[in-house]
Design a protein around this ligand. Structure first.
Ligand SMILES: *Cc1c(COP(=O)(O)O)cnc(C)c1O
Length: 351
């Protein structure tokens, strides 16, 4: 008889696997904030035209070509940029690079759900501090634990709200360790602190091709910081983390898809305001969003989401008892005709 061996690390025991929604019967998925306008044309052409030697060989170590193109695009030096397998990967790499086991990572509540998991996986203690009633971060609360790492997300997922200018300035001045500023949705807010990251010294800004750039399936993220910070992140990233195909697509997107991205961002902002107004008309005012999604507080949201899926094949993200919010739906913003379908289904699901 074989005895099963408990091979799990102690700190892995309470960490759940991500449970994806089953794809069966889904007509419209607005649950994950990806680009509902599709993917950009130049990147798509680059993927389809990839030469076979690109697939047979390893990518360039540390993705130097993409680093250089991003640096030019962002107006910073190449040694201040690194890329990763999605910005998820960069956040995980940064936590591993700057946090010793046992260190505290402070973050707002609610925020990006992967952050406490990445903290735990790396042996750090996540410390969530509730957003204030005005949706700004609680500066005192975040600084109280003297965190080795401070994670800020602006616009914040899942609220869509921004970290205010005074809060950000004070946190950047007073945080004792590294500040991770997640700008996954900055294209939609038009507000960014990326330009100051190379000289700040303790600020690492992460961005992604998964949202405004419409390339979530290829897993491309990047980070900007001082050369010293970037060097440490690259040690945990390793030389080949991003695939050659993903790098080729990202290079093509930077060279040829910026007008596409800009046009979709404008349309998403416009649709977001229309959606917010229509939700208000249904008696469901959303949280004021600067991103490509809105959060709608709604008691019984999980049940409403289940009905929308059942009656129309529409998937929205439901949250139960989100701290400081209660039950809520998060709805991704895309082309207006899709938003009309979501609104109609939501209305039926609540009646
Ligand atoms: C979607 C998202 C990311 C992105 O992730 P990738 O790994 O780049 O796809 C990062 N941070 C937040 C807050 C997000 O919502």
């Amino acid at each position: 008889m074989s005895r099963s061996l408990d091979v799990a690390r102690a700190l892995f025991r309470d960490i759940p696997l991500y449970v994806p929604d089953t794809r069966k019967g889904i007509r419209l998925d607005v649950s994950d904030n990806t680009n509902l306008f599709g993917s950009p044309p130049a990147a798509g052409a680059a993927v389809r035209g990839a030469p076979s030697e690109l697939l047979a060989r390893y990518p360039i170590p540390y993705g130097v070509d993409l680093k250089t193109a991003l640096a030019r695009h962002l107006g910073v030096a190449p040694e201040c940029v690194t890329t990763g397998c999605g910005s998820d990967d960069l956040l995980d790499c940064a936590i591993r690079a700057f946090g010793e086991p046992g260190d505290v990572l402070a973050h707002a509540l609610p925020t990006f759900s992967m952050i406490p998991i990445f903290a735990q996986l790396n042996g750090l203690q996540p410390r969530g501090v509730r957003l204030q009633p005005d949706w700004d971060v609680n500066m005192e609360g975040l600084l109280a634990s003297e965190p080795k790492l401070l994670y800020l997300c602006s616009p914040n997922n899942p609220t869509g709200t921004l970290v205010s200018r005074p809060a950000l300035e004070r946190l950047l001045a007073q945080a004792p360790g590294v500040v991770l500023l997640d700008e996954a949705y900055a294209e939609f807010s038009g507000i960014s602190d990326l330009a100051r990251a190379p000289t700040h010294g303790r600020l690492l800004v992460t961005r992604t091709f998964s949202k405004a750039f419409g390339l979530a399936g290829l897993r491309i993220g990047y980070a900007v910081g001082s050369p010293q910070l970037i060097r440490e992140v690259e040690k945990s990233r390793g030389p080949y983390t991003l695939s050659a195909l993903a790098e080729r697509a990202a290079l093509a997107a930077l060279a040829g898809d910026l007008p596409w991205v800009e046009a979709q961002v404008q349309e998403a902002r416009h649709a977001r305001e229309r959606l917010a107004a229509a939700l208000k008309d249904q008696g469901l005012p959303p949280v004021p969003s600067a991103a490509n999604f809105v959060l709608v507080p709604l008691p019984g949201a999980p049940e409403v989401a289940r009905r929308m899926r059942e009656e129309a094949g529409i998937v929205v993200r439901a949250f139960a008892e989100l701290p400081g919010v209660g039950d809520a739906l998060r709805i991704g913003v895309g082309p207006w005709p899709l938003m009309e379908e979501v609104l109609a289904s939501l209305k039926r699901a609540r009646s």
